[in-house]
Design a protein around this ligand. Structure first.
Ligand code: ZN
Length: 93
């Protein structure tokens, strides 16, 4: 997921750590346990759904879950609702 690609490695690591603590190491897509060394940062709301690049719009997930969500997003692209934050369990920041 490219959301952090434009940041420096140090900043990226710091944000990842923060997010990991914020979500208590729990995948926000399947709510399974994550390894601190291997997880993906995901955008809760896509930009065209009002999302942005702030940390409040970021969540963590297994890389596999993130890919799966992305696939689903591609499939739902043309549906009326599109991709929503429903998959994130309604947890608010
Ligand atoms: Zn997961």
């Amino acid at each position: 997921m490219g959301i952090l690609n434009k940041m420096s490695a140090v900043k990226r690591r710091r944000i990842r750590q923060k997010l990991f603590e914020k979500y208590e190491g729990v995948c926000q897509l399947c709510f399974g346990e994550l390894s601190p060394d291997e997880f993906s940062v995901i955008a809760k709301l896509k930009r065209n759904n009002g999302g942005d690049r702030r940390q409040t719009n970021m969540a963590i997930a297994h890389t596999a879950c993130a890919y799966k969500a992305n696939d689903e997003e591609q499939r739902q692209k043309n549906s009326p609702q599109g991709y929503s934050s429903l998959r994130f369990g309604g947890r608010k920041c």
